[in-house]
Structures are given as structure tokens and as C-alpha cells.
Design a binder for this molecule. Structure first.
Ligand code: FMN
Length: 340
């Protein structure tokens, strides 16, 4: 990575009335960016901004942080943690955002990007891009209800029309969003076709709030290319951050990572999942995350086969040990068949 790019990703950025200390941020991912993962990420030096998994706005007012599967945090991360909420009703989003603010989070992020059928059927997530007036009202109402930073994560929309995404971006800014996280894919596309990074540039040029680009940034070269070609203010990292939680500090500092870290990382993930969750969900979550770790290696499938049969800590540990005992080879890019 060039010196200037490294400098840029280390430059603080103002989001609303707060400042983040670096431009690489975590993407919210359901089932993946839970409290255990975020503790792991922090152990490698953290990132510019942490995000929860998407949380149902309807549930948030009643949630108990010690029992909720998703609305959970460690006190020490709260000032750098954004809670992503989804819902279909502006009033319910407002109530949730108020609780998020009262708990002391860094900010609130509105999910206008999730295109999973179960979410869209309820007129949540990316479905809101079909009714921009509702989405914009949501941004405005939440803005008027809270004073912490408010961000919007959205996709291109339901048609491959960058002009519509640009128009939406302008309207979100006008309604009071403090930053945008833009994933340039149309909504029905669940990461099968490459994202169209050039659309990020259109969005960036249209607004004056910070824009974070998102989508298939897997290497330092990708990161540099996204920044150079789109002039985005920062980059939101999703799946690669699960596979390599150290990417934020590695790219910021240019440090070298040994194979031993890949192995100890998986063990530490399992330890932290057990710390935060009951054994059954801990094992289930671990298996989900291990797919991203395996995707980094040639023949990662063989490891996953063994892993799928493991159902307690010692079996998982031996599957990890056996895989690394055979000197696995890293692939140039993650295996996209596993990186879903
Ligand atoms: C398993 C999984 C769960 C996801 N859950 C969410 C979510 O809860 N909210 C959201 O806005 N995006 C979600 N996303 C989308 C990511 O935030 C991101 O936009 C996408 O993975 C592209 O970025 P990447 O190529 O860096 O992974 C999810 C993605 C994955 C792979």
C-alpha cells in the first residue's frame, strides 16, 4: 500500500459530532459481528468503528443486554460501537434509536441494505429503497430524536440505476444522515456479481457527508484501488474482517502476520464465543465463522468437512490442529464459493 493511502486510512474523520480515529470500519453482519467477534477484533487493535449485527428495532426497547442474542456489548467498546437497526415503521425506529442513544453507543445505523427475503417481506432493509419517502422519513425522524451520529447503509436499489442511488444519497443527507455506507449492488443480488465500485464515486460526488465504500475489498490492493478510484472517505470491510480480524491494524500499520496467528485466531474465537454464549450457540456460531477462515486457504473445504462433524470443544480443537499440522497454503484471494 502506498504511503499516502496508509496515511489516509490513519487520518481521523468527523462523523456528525464525533470523530473516529481511522477510516477502515467494520461492516455489520448478522451472525458474525457479535460481541465475541468484536472482542477478538479489539485484541488485534480494533478498527475505526465497530458495528453490531442488525438488530430488530421492534425488539430493542425491551431487550436485556445480558440475554439478547444480538443487542449485547462490552462496556469498553460502547464508545466506538454503532448499533445497526432494521424495521419498517419510522416510529418504531425512533424508539429503538432512543434506547441506543441512552445506552451510550457511538451511533445508530439504519439498515436499508439487507435483501434477505424474510426481511424484505416485512418491508424492512433493502425493501425500503422501493419506498424512498418512508426511508427518508425514517432518517429524518430518527435524526430529530437523537443527537449521536446517524448513518445509513444502503445498496444501489432494485434497479441497476446509479442515478437513483445518487438521488437517494442526497435525500438521506438532506434528512440528516451524518455518513453513508454504500454497497453498490442491486438488491436482489446476494453477492453473486461483483459490486460496481464506480457507483461509489457517483454517490461520493453527490454529497458532502462522509461516504464509506463497501463490497469485495479483500486485500490491501483492493482497498487502495477503491479509495483511489472512488475517492471515498473510508472503507467498510465485511467478510475479510471475519476471516482476518487483524486486517484493520495490519493495513493501517503495514505489519506482517505469521501462519501461527491464523491458527491461534480460530482458537481464540472459540474461547470468546464460549465466554459470551452458551455451548450450543457458541459451536453453531463458530462453525459459521470458520467458513470464512477456511476460505483463505487452498483446500479449505477439507477442514470444513471435519469441522462440520465436530460437536464439542475438543473435536473443534483437534480439527483446527490437524488442519494446521499439514502446513496449509494460503490462496491469493478468498474462495468465493465459501465467502458467501
Ligand atoms: C453473513 C452476512 C451477514 C450480513 N448481515 C448484514 C447485516 O446484518 N446488515 C447489513 O447492513 N449488511 C449485512 N451484510 C452485508 C455486509 O455488511 C456487506 O455489505 C457485504 O458483505 C459486502 O461487503 P464485503 O464484500 O466486504 O463482505 C451481511 C453479509 C454477510 C456475508
Amino acid at each position: 500500500m502506498k504511503k499516502e493511502t496508509r496515511q489516509l486510512i490513519n487520518t481521523p474523520l468527523k462523523i456528525g459530532n464525533r470523530v473516529i480515529d481511522g477510516r477502515l470500519i467494520l461492516a455489520p453482519m448478522s451472525g458474525l459481528t457479535h460481541v465475541a467477534y468484536r472482542e477478538l477484533l479489539d485484541s488485534y487493535g480494533g478498527c475505526g468503528l465497530l458495528f453490531t449485527e442488525m438488530c430488530s428495532a421492534r425488539s430493542i426497547p425491551q431487550e436485556n443486554r445480558y440475554f439478547s442474542p444480538v443487542f449485547r456489548w462490552r462496556d469498553e467498546e460502547l464508545s466506538r460501537l454503532v448499533c445497526q437497526i432494521f424495521g419498517s415503521d419510522p416510529e418504531i425506529m425512533v424508539a429503538a434509536a432512543k434506547r441506543v442513544e441512552a445506552e451510550g453507543f457511538f451511533g445508530v445505523d439504519l439498515n436499508f441494505g439487507c435483501s434477505v427475503a424474510a426481511i424484505c417481506k416485512k418491508k424492512c432493509g433493502a425493501a425500503l429503497l422501493k419506498t424512498p419517502e418512508v426511508a427518508v422519513k425514517m432518517v429524518r425522524d430518527v435524526r430529530n430524536a437523537i443527537s449521536i451520529p446517524l448513518t445509513v447503509k444502503f445498496r444501489t436499489g432494485w434497479e441497476d440505476r446509479p442515478d437513483l442511488a445518487v438521488e437517494l444519497a442526497r435525500r438521506f443527507e438532506g434528512a440528516g444522515s451524518d455518513a453513508l455506507i454504500f454497497h453498490p449492488r442491486v438488491a436482489p443480488d446476494r453477492r453473486t456479481r461483483p459490486p460496481k465500485w464506480e457507483y461509489i464515486r457517483h454517490v461520493k460526488q453527490a454529497v458532502s457527508i462522509p461516504v464509506f465504500g463497501n463490497g469485495e475489498v479483500f486485500t490491501q490492493d483492493d482497498c487502495e484501488k477503491m479509495i483511489e478510484t472512488t475517492e471515498c472517505d473510508g472503507v467498510s470491510l465485511g467478510r475479510i474482517a471475519i476471516a482476518k480480524p487483524w486486517v484493520f491494524s495490519q493495513w493501517r500499520n503495514g505489519s506482517v502476520v505469521e501462519m501461527e496467528t491464523y491458527k491461534s485466531n480460530m482458537k481464540q474465537m472459540f474461547f470468546l464465543l464460549n465466554k459470551h454464549y452458551e455451548p450450543t450457540p457458541a459451536i453453531r456460531k463458530f462453525k459459521k465463522m470458520a467458513v470464512y477462515n477456511a476460505a483463505l486457504f487452498r483446500f479449505g473445504h477439507s477442514f470444513l468437512k471435519k469441522m462440520s462433524r465436530a460437536d464439542d470443544f475438543s473435536e473443534i480443537e483437534s480439527a483446527v490442529d490437524a488442519f494446521f499440522d499439514h502446513s496449509p497454503e494460503l490462496a491469493d484471494r478468498p474462495n468465493l464459493n465459501l465467502f458467501r
